[in-house]
Design a protein around this ligand. Structure first.
Ligand code: PLP
Length: 493
């Protein structure tokens, strides 16, 4: 290649910073208006085929003004959100986000730090935030921790440490294939599917993730668990880990953690807590009694983008034994400035040694800003408020002869359905499925669903700081109204 001296070297910075400032100010104003008026819009707006066609464009070759691209965002993207910023979004387990979180994302993007280690401030802020997570969860001060994309990743990291610790051989060197005793992991049938994926990706095999039945409260059956462990030991397997669900995804049930800790101790198993949302009830003085035994966890996975309302993505994994955590992931390479030594107090942690990623975003900043600004008392009150709202909705349902509760409400999740006498279970399933679609498409509310004991449930999961009780009044009355209309053509099959 011929080297030429270019008198006009290029950059991605603007030629005129003031022009960018104007655009930036407009974006800030627009987004504040957007958030301030969220209640005036429906939670969900279906994307038309025309818009889908507009979005289906070829790779842009030429430059274009940022103003015009922003205009396209306003026209074609912003009006079609998932909907979780809305007060009547109660699908899956999705947090609301906050205006402050939006700005924190901007600030961390401006710094654009990669947080894999080194003596720069982002590592110190992550260290601080991890300390806060341990304090908030009343977990062991000596535990190590890492911010991750979410609880799926936190579950993978936890089970990787569990596998390497309990396998009895050097999995990193030998690979799982070398084991003579097949390793087995135990959790309830209500486990989140991220745990299945973790087991699969760790080479342990889905069928060796034992699904233990639950009781009528959707909590793991301890007797069945112990029988399964004994059976596997007798069959020559090597049980390595038991999982406690602290807030199951379907109904929000909390497994008996103390009992699981006892079993884990008896059979020398790793105790992992999937506390994606449930573990955060530790912030509520009225609810934290539900978490008795969580301190026995060897690893703890939580999400901050759910019930702490941080903007997506951010979760956190805590590992009680720092050495085991580091031993699972730390890797040396000449191109990384690596020093194998015990960390002195106040020295930054090399976060690349605690997980799979080397390049990592400055997620810690939004967590740091939010926790400092709102404080844990307020965040705990909001969690409690959501649980009270779930009780409120439960009462509305119980007081209606057209609605039925389908699972006990322990935290913030209410599973229910529209009922009508003389209709079959299949007909009721069909009608309730239609109700859920209508609620969403007509812009009333977003719910998800669950199948409980074979019945289709409308699932209202409240991790939403914008919800008010009268939103739930509307939900209950609209489900009844839609149910009556949609069931009018049905007669007993
Ligand atoms: C109980 C539970 N575990 C794990 C996850 C996975 O978390 P994420 O979606 O943040 O990866 C979820 C998500 O809803 C969950 O509810």
């Amino acid at each position: 290649m011929e080297v030429t001296i270019n008198s006009e070297e290029e950059t991605l910075d603007p030629l005129d910073w003031n022009e960018l400032r104007l655009l930036g100010h407009k974006m800030v104003d627009d987004m504040i208006d957007y958030l301030a008026t969220v209640r005036e819009r429906p939670p969900y707006n279906p994307i038309s085929d025309d818009i889908k066609k507009v979005l289906d464009e070829p790779l842009p070759i030429e430059s274009k003004s940022a103003e015009s691209v922003y205009e396209e965002f306003l026209q074609n993207i912003l009006p079609y959100p998932m909907g979780n910023i809305h007060p009547r979004f109660w699908g899956w387990v999705i947090g609301t986000g906050t205006p402050l979180g939006m700005f924190a994302e901007m600030l961390s993007a401006a710094m654009n730090s990669s947080v894999g280690g080194g003596d720069h401030v982002a590592n110190y802020i992550e260290m601080r935030v991890i300390e806060w997570c341990k304090q908030a969860l009343n977990y062991h001060p000596e535990a190590s921790g890492l911010l991750v994309s979410g609880c799926s990743m936190a579950n993978i990291i936890s089970l990787a440490v569990a596998r390497n610790d309990k396998s009895g051989f050097n999995v990193r060197e030998e690979g799982v294939i070398s084991t003579s005793n097949q390793m087995t992991i135990y959790g309830s049938t209500e486990m989140h599917f991220s745990l299945q994926r973790a087991v699969e990706i760790l080479g342990l095999g889905n069928r060796f993730l034992r699904r233990i039945p639950v009781d009528n409260n959707y909590k793991i059956n301890i007797q069945n668990l112990e029988e399964a462990i004994k059976f596997d030991i007798n069959a020559g397997m090597k049980p390595i880990c038991v999982i406690a669900n602290v807030g199951t995804v379907n109904t929000g049930a909390i497994d008996p953690i103390n009992d699981l800790a006892r079993i884990a101790h008896k059979y020398n198993l790793w105790l992992h807590v999937d506390g994606a949302f449930g573990a955060l009830v530790s912030l509520s003085p009225d609810l934290r009694y539900l978490l008795q035994g969580m301190e026995y966890a060897d690893s703890l996975a939580i999400d901050l983008h759910k019930w702490l309302h941080l903007p997506y993505e951010v979760g956190c994994v805590l590992i009680r034994n720092e050495r085991l955590h580091r031993d699972t992931f730390a890797t040396q390479a000449d191109y990384i400035d690596y020093e194998e030594k015990k960390k002195e107090k106040n020295e930054p942690i090399n976060y690349r040694d605690y997980g799979l990623e080397l390049s990592r975003s400055f997620r810690a900043l939004k967590v740091w800003m939010s926790i400092k600004t709102y404080g844990t008392e307020k965040l705990g009150r909001l969690i409690y408020q959501n649980c009270c709202q779930a009780r409120y909705l439960t009462e509305l349902i119980e007081n209606s002869d057209k609605l039925e509760i389908l699972a006990p409400v322990e935290l913030n999740i209410v599973c229910f359905r529209f009922i009508k006498p003389n209709l079959s279970e299949t007909q009721l399933d069909e009608i309730n499925k239609k109700i859920r679609i209508h609620l969403r498409e007509s812009g009333i509310a977003v719910l998800s669903s669950a199948i409980l004991k074979g019945k289709y449930a409308l699932r209202c999961s409240i991790t939403n700081h914008r919800t008010k009780n009268n939103d739930l009044d509307l939900l209950a009355s609209e489900v009844v109204r839609l149910g009556i209309t949609l069931s009018s053509n049905y007669t007993r099959a």
